[in-house]
Design a protein around this ligand. Structure first.
Ligand code: SAH
Ligand code: SF4
Length: 388
């Protein structure tokens, strides 16, 4: 692996004036209605504006020709702008994965990843068939950095810098859809909320982004998966949501003692609590809960660990599958990757325990785009396209 040069997060577009701009992107139907009401505009203008933002992916209010010129001018005058997050850097992997740094209004950047052909993690969820034009998965961030402190995760090293807004979360998706000229309703795009951050520690903005993406952008919730480290109050709220992605739980260890070592959050909510909360989520037809398991060489990848995972998950008694993720290395981290034979044996052992188990194909390791590698790394990489 290439060494990480930078230790501190870097703000790429540090522009104080930009922070004063009020973004339209991120406002829901109700909020747009209130706003246009202040301009004394008729109700149909709301639809025109939301079409321009969420279907037309317009970046400049001046270009929204469906709205009267004087309205656009009045909005600009009052400090409004579209405020769609912008891709400021991109890196392309030899496997086709692309990693972007995307800037919000304050210039802080987050990471978003485009993976052509899906990430393999959706195998077995009943959604593989179809004659779509294109298939891809977008991995979306929910926070800048993360407070959870999992010992094997590079994002944890940043600490928590700040929450993202709903507009910044949904905006990552739209910026990437726009870059790839995706046709909504034709191309098959999956979203995984598995980038930087813990979505359930930014619950309201995260769920507001989901609703925007479903209701306004037009991506079906059945093609979205959110992963959590096991934030129990978040899981319980999620269980009540009428519109929600599928759920993935980062299990990563077969019991509380082992999990506490690598995921100290287990002290707050142990596995029994997490599983009891997961059981509250009413599943749709064919829906399964995903349990993610990062394999750490010699630590949690033994056959007896697989058997213990088998017993634990059988007790959980929910429709589920296990996604095995070979640990992606980061500098200075005291773990190693399980060798392919061990991975295979672990998967076999889970299957022997009557569990569906898949091994997630690593994507974009060469550009630090793989799971747990998102740390806004820009050094030592070939930059293929610059600021847009
Ligand atoms: N915070 C959420 C979602 C982002 S992390 C969560 O933890 O679930 C997404 C997935 O990447 C999690 O399953 C996590 O366990 C895994 N992960 C973190 N660091 C990793 C690494 N270095 N190698 C492989 N997977 C990692
Ligand atoms: Fe945060 Fe997820 Fe990384 Fe844990 S694995 S530190 S919860 S991003």
């Amino acid at each position: 692996m290439m060494p990480l040069g930078r230790k501190q997060p870097v703000s790429i577009l540090d522009s104080p004036e930009a922070a004063a701009v009020q973004s339209l992107f991120g406002l829901n139907h109700q909020q747009l209605t209130t706003l246009l009401g202040e301009f004394s505009e008729p109700a149909y203008r709301v639809k025109q504006l939301s079409e321009a933002l969420y279907r037309g992916w317009e970046e400049d209010l001046a270009e929204v020709s469906t709205l009267p010129r004087n309205l656009r001018a009045a909005m600009v005058e009052r400090g409004y702008a579209v405020g769609l997050p912008r891709i400021v850097e991109s890196f392309v992997s030899i496997d086709g994965t692309e990693r972007y740094l995307i800037a919000g209004n304050d210039g802080q950047t987050v990471e978003t990843v485009w993976m052509p052909d899906g990430d393999g993690g959706e195998a077995g969820d009943g959604s593989e068939s179809g004659t779509d034009l294109r298939r891809a998965t977008i991995c979306v961030s929910s926070q800048i950095g993360c407070a959870v402190n999992c010992q094997f995760c590079l994002t944890a090293k940043l600490g928590i810098i700040r929450n993202l807004t709903a507009g910044e979360i949904a905006g990552q998706v739209v910026a990437v859809l726009k870059r790839h000229k995706v046709k909504i309703g034709k191309d098959r795009i999956n979203l995984v909320f598995m980038g930087m951050g813990e979505p359930f520690l930014n619950y309201d903005e995260f769920m507001a982004a989901v609703r925007l993406l479903v209701e306004e952008v037009g991506i079906p919730e059945s093609r979205m998966t959110v992963s959590t480290s096991g934030i129990v109050p978040g899981i319980l709220r999620f269980a009540q949501e009428p519109i929600r992605p599928k759920l993935a739980i980062s299990l990563n260890a077969p019991n509380d003692a082992a999990r506490t070592e690598i995921m100290p959050i287990t002290k707050k909510w142990n596995l029994d609590h997490v599983i009891a909360a997961v059981r509250q989520v009413p599943l749709r037809a064919k829906e399964k809960i995903t349990f993610e398991y990062v394999l750490l060489g010699g630590l949690n990848d033994r056959e007896r660990d697989a058997d213990e995972v088998g017993r634990l998950l059988r007790r959980a008694n929910v429709p589920l599958k296990v996604n095995l993720i070979v640990w992606n290395p980061g500098p200075g981290m005291p773990y190693s990757m399980s060798d392919p034979h061990t991975v295979h044996l672990f998967q076999y052992r889970l299957k022997f325990n009557n569990l569906s188990a898949y091994v997630r194909r690593p994507r974009g390791r060469d550009i630090y785009a793989a799971c747990g590698q998102l740390k806004r790394t820009t050094d030592n990489l070939v930059q293929l396209s610059g600021t847009s």
